[in-house]
Design a protein around this ligand. Structure first.
Ligand SMILES: Cc1cc2nc3c(=O)[nH]c(=O)nc-3n(C[C@H](O)[C@H](O)[C@H](O)COP(=O)(O)OP(=O)(O)OC[C@H]3O[C@@H](n4cnc5c(N)ncnc54)[C@H](O)[C@@H]3O)c2cc1C
Length: 314
């Protein structure tokens, strides 16, 4: 969560009323984040806003910034661990006009996708239109916004390689278009200024036959189904791979596959996945992360760094 000068511990009725005036039916209060994250754990957020258009989003943003209320933009919550005490402030989900996708077919084809668009829809769209290059995103359960913010990748490719432009809404309410040459991506990350919200991404693609694209998509999904424990809630890889090694290999070598804390377990199938076996709390997951860090540091002198974003109150 972006930590601003939050002057409201919990939201008082006046704040809620003003938010309702701006967001109407798109705003809800005391929403369980377990329903908005793929780990299916976490406490409540004070307010959740499904942003459907830019004008209203700007108004909501101006209000929360003015009031010193923190906010966090979320996609599918597939890279998020919300602590059991929940989130202060506002969670923003990009919906409505922010789930659009457009394409053009000049010599160099590209698409412009909204941040709320699910990656599987982007992949289906590209397959149908004969636009190649995004097949590596198949099976990643996030949105375009989350994928750009995380520089999502698979099989040696990252979304950075497709990005031509990203449009953001700054915390002061200005829409800025940034060319890829001015963006700093890293392994599983993009440098955004505090509180910036991704509004669109332009991705450059290539032409190919839909049947060939479909074949690569199917093969990527098959490979993922074989490797990953997709039958239980998780947030994908918990730790980033350290240089020249794999976090999963290190955690496995530390003897932690199958280790449980409460309802959370280090997957016996892929040691860099922590799965919720049914009744995990966020603190069970955090305890397993701490254990993995500690054992790997002890045995290999390597410091694991979290890939997932851990947010909220303990
Ligand atoms: C089973 C499984 C497999 C996975 N496999 C992969 C994989 O192969 N490769 C990979 O890279 N990841 C993988 N992930 C992790 C995750 O799916 C990706 O990181 C994904 O891109 C996150 O998208 P999201 O929409 O769920 O983002 P969220 O988890 O909701 O958010 C992630 C971050 O992005 C920020 N964010 C989201 N939307 C916006 C926006 N519009 N503007 C600004 N910031 C925003 C959030 O604030 C947060 O910091 C996997 C996850 C699961 C559960």
């Amino acid at each position: 969560m972006n930590v601003f000068d939050y002057r409201h511990l919990g939201m008082d009725a006046t704040i809620k009323k003003s938010m309702r005036e701006i967001g109407g039916a798109s705003i809800s209060f005391d929403v369980p984040m377990s329903q908005y994250t793929t780990f299916k754990v976490g406490g409540n957020v004070d307010a959740m806003y499904r942003a459907g258009n830019l004008e209203e989003l700007k108004e909501m943003m101006a209000f929360v910034v003015d009031e010193g209320i923190p906010y966090l933009t979320i996609g599918r919550g597939s890279n998020l661990l919300v602590r059991d005490g929940g989130l202060n402030g506002l969670a923003i989900i990009m919906d409505g006009a922010f789930t659009s996708i457009e394409h053009t077919t000049p010599a160099e084809p590209y698409i412009i996708a909204g941040p709320g668009l699910a990656l599987h829809k982007l992949v289906d769209f590209c397959t149908e239109k004969g636009l190649a290059g995004a097949e590596f995103l198949a099976g990643i359960p996030g949105t375009v916004g989350g994928a750009v913010a995380m520089n999502a990748g698979s099989g040696g490719e990252e979304i950075e390689g497709l990005i031509r432009k990203v449009t953001v809404l700054t915390r002061s309410g200005v829409v800025e278009r940034r060319d890829s040459s001015t963006l700093t991506f890293q392994y599983r990350g993009l440098d955004l200024h505090r509180g910036e919200i991704i509004l669109h991404a332009r991705l450059n693609l290539n032409f190919d036959k839909p049947a060939s694209i479909r074949k690569r998509v199917t093969s990527n999904i098959k490979r993922r189904n074989e490797r990953f424990p997709l039958d239980m809630p998780s947030a994908g890889s918990v730790f980033k791979n350290p240089d020249g090694d794999h976090a999963g290999r290190l955690i496995d070598a530390a003897g932690l596959k199958g280790r449980r804390v409460g309802g959370a377990m280090i997957s016996p199938r892929h040691a860099n996945f922590i799965v919720n076996t049914g009744r995990a709390s966020a603190s069970d997951i955090v305890a397993l992360m701490d254990l993995a860090r500690e054992k790997v540091r002890e045995m290999f002198n390597i410091q694991l760094v979290a890939e997932i974003k851990v947010v909220g109150k303990g």
